[in-house]
Each structure stands twice: as structure tokens, then as C-alpha cells.
Design a protein around this ligand. Structure first.
Ligand SMILES: *Cc1c(COP(=O)(O)O)cnc(C)c1O
Length: 349
């Protein structure tokens, strides 16, 4: 559903609003008290998601941040460390929660587009002894937000799985946008399910649900995940109202992510043609386009303001970078309008 006010909002794929059919599904949801395990719609969502990834269990939680923090706490005991890339959502946007809520130390590696290099990871894994802080988990983000929607190549993930397994280290995936990775590559969700010990996924990004994320894990970790969710303030009641939106999204909004990827590609090609060097369409693998504004000679704040005046919203990420994200509420006409407005704002020749 395009935004009713005619604005093309490319700031994030979280800005989508539920359409009439999703709202009808919400209105019709059967609910119960999920703290008692009695919400049938929550149970159905958890079973459906676990099943899609070929796993035993999934826990429905309010946000991706909570899903990540529960996943991390499940794999990393306090006073141990997780190894991850320096641009990961987990260390950039989660309020230092790993340190504050769980006493987990994060150790980061700088990598192009946020994709961990298995050789570097292997070199950094610390042994489990009393003398050093033990590396208990490695976390990857797929697709990678600050990496411009970069998708992990399967051989890289397999290498990471092998080397962590050999060292008894858990492998976590921040899969807020794993649906995009699945649609972009054709890698089945079950294959991702087999690779990781724990996966966190979001329903509220590309899938277009208003609220909700899940922690996907083994059955024997499910109860513990519920306890962490409770402690983090996420034990909710008639959450089936929200789970119904998630079930609707899973049924109707996964395959269509290909349209978002097409539109991101269209944006990238048009802008790269207008201002060479502003982005590389070959690096646009999913629904995110990062613009490097230096060749255009405008700042992020300037571009944000000029585009906003024309009804196109973009997200500044520092002085020289702007993020464009395609989603359910940006249709072909919105994409064309964005190209028109952004081209004019960028191309000063
Ligand atoms: C959005 C996002 C999250 C967190 O989701 P919230 O629901 O906003 O807390 C985690 N990881 C990545 C990669 C994200 O893009």
C-alpha cells in the first residue's frame, strides 16, 4: 500500500503500515495469555517460523533488539565474549545492551561491508581457559544493514560454521533481514536454519508486520529463552493480535521481497548513471542502497533536506553517506519519483 500522503519514504523498511487485509487478520486473531503459554496465534506463529527454518523452536518477542539480546545471552554466558564485525547492529544500535544486561564483552573486527572474514575470525578466537576471556559465540548479520544490505556468500558461512564448531563456539545470525538474503540468493531458509545455533529474525522490516521478531533455537533452549525474555521485560499477554500480523506477513510478503530488490537495483543504476561513483549497483544485493555523496559534492543533511521538500525521505548516515531502503510501501511510481527527485538533488552539473 503506497503511503496515503504521497510521500516516498526510503528511510527504512520499518516504516510500513499494515494494509486492510493484514488489519483484518489482526482483528480476527484468536488470543490468550501468552505468559501462560495459552495464546493459540502466538503458538501458531512460533511453530510456523520454527518449521520454515527446519528447527524445533522459535520464541516470539517484541523487537529485533530483544531477539538479538536473548540470542546472545543464550550463546554467551556473562564474562565471556562474542566476536562480530564492528558495524553490526548488535554493537551499533542496541544501547550497549550486551554489556549492561548480560555482562558480555564484544570484540569487533573491521571488515568490508560488514562481512566477517573466516580467516580473521579463526585468528581471533580465544581459547576457553581461566586466563583469557573465552570467545563463546561468533555473530554474523545477514543481510548486513550498515553494509548496504550485503548478503553473506554461502561458502563464507559454511567456513564460519566449520571453524566455530571445531572450537565449540556458538554461531549466531542476526537475521533481521534473512528473508531478503533468502530471496536474493535462493538459499532455502532451512539451509540457514541448519547453519546457526540461534537465529534472530524480524517480521517488522521487509515483511511489513507492525511489530515482532523471533528467536529461533533448539527445543532445549526455548524455556531458557522465555526466561530471558521475561527478565528483559518482554513477557507479554494477548500477543496473538501481533502474531496474526506476522502470520499474514509470512504468507503474503516473503516472495514479494524480490520486487523491493528490483526497485533498489533500479534506484542504484539510475543514480550511478546520473552521478558516477555515488554507488555501485553491483554491490546492491537486496533492498538497501548506500550512497557515497562525495562525488556529488552534497552532504547527507543537504540531500535529506532537498529531497524532503520534494516528498522523498532518505536517511543520513554520517556526513557523506545516505541510506535508501525499498519496502512494501514503495511501489514503481514511488521508485520513479525518488529517482527523479534524487537525481536532481545529486546532479549539480
Ligand atoms: C532493525 C534491526 C534490528 C533490531 O530490530 P528492532 O526491532 O528495531 O529492535 C537488529 N538487527 C538488524 C540488522 C536490524 O536491521
Amino acid at each position: 500500500m503506497p503511503t496515503t500522503d504521497g510521500v516516498v519514504d526510503l528511510r527504512s523498511d520499518t516504516v510500513t503500515r499494515p494494509g486492510p487485509d493484514m488489519r483484518a487478520a489482526i482483528a480476527a486473531a484468536e488470543v490468550g495469555d501468552d505468559v501462560y503459554g495459552e495464546d493459540p496465534t502466538v503458538r501458531a506463529l512460533e511453530e510456523t517460523v520454527a518449521d520454515r527454518f527446519g528447527r524445533q523452536a522459535a520464541l516470539f518477542v517484541p523487537t529485533g533488539t530483544m531477539a538479538n539480546q536473548i540470542a546472545l545471552r543464550l550463546t554467551c554466558p556473562p564474562a565471556s565474549e562474542v566476536l562480530l564485525d564492528a558495524d553490526a547492529h548488535l554493537v551499533t544500535y542496541e544501547g550497549a545492551a550486551a554489556a549492561l544486561l548480560s555482562g558480555i564483552q564484544t570484540r569487533t573486527i573491521v571488515n568490508p561491508r560488514g562481512l566477517l572474514d573466516p580467516d580473521q575470525v579463526e585468528a581471533q578466537l580465544r581459547p576457553i581457559t581461566w586466563h583469557v576471556v573465552a570467545t563463546r559465540a561468533v555473530s554474523v548479520e545477514n543481510t548486513h544493514n550498515r553494509g548496504g544490505g550485503a548478503v553473506y556468500p554461502m561458502p563464507t558461512l559454511q567456513r564460519l560454521r566449520e571453524l566455530t564448531a571445531a572450537r565449540g563456539v556458538a554461531l549466531h545470525c542476526d537475521g533481521a533481514r534473512i528473508w531478503n538474503a533468502h530471496v536474493a540468493t535462493g538459499v532455502p531458509l532451512q539451509t540457514y536454519g541448519e547453519l546457526f545455533d540461534v537465529i534472530s529474525v524480524c517480521l517488522s522490516k521487509g515483511l511489513g508486520a507492525p511489530v515482532g521478531s523471533l528467536v529461533i533455537c533448539d527445543a532445549d533452549r526455548y524455556q531458557e529463552a522465555r526466561e530471558f525474555r521475561h527478565r528483559f521485560g518482554g513477557a507479554w499477554r494477548q500477543a496473538g493480535i501481533l502474531a496474526a500480523a506476522g502470520l499474514y506477513a509470512l504468507r503474503h510478503h516473503v516472495d514479494r521481497l524480490a520486487d523491493d530488490h528490483d526497485r533498489a537495483q533500479r534506484l542504484a543504476r539510475a543514480l550511478a548513471e546520473a552521478v558516477p561513483g555515488v554507488c555501485d549497483p553491483a554491490e546492491v544485493e537486496s533492498n538497501i542502497v548506500l550512497l557515497d555523496l562525495r562525488p556529488a559534492g552534497v552532504t547527507g543533511a543537504e540531500l535529506e533536506e532537498t529531497a524532503r521538500a520534494e516528498g522523498v525521505l532518505v536517511a543520513g548516515m554520517g556526513d557523506d553517506t545516505v541510506r535508501l531502503v525499498t519496502h512494501l510501501d514503495v511501489d514503481d511510481a514511488g521508485c520513479a519519483r525518488a529517482i527523479e527527485v534524487l537525481t536532481a538533488a545529486l546532479d549539480k552539473r
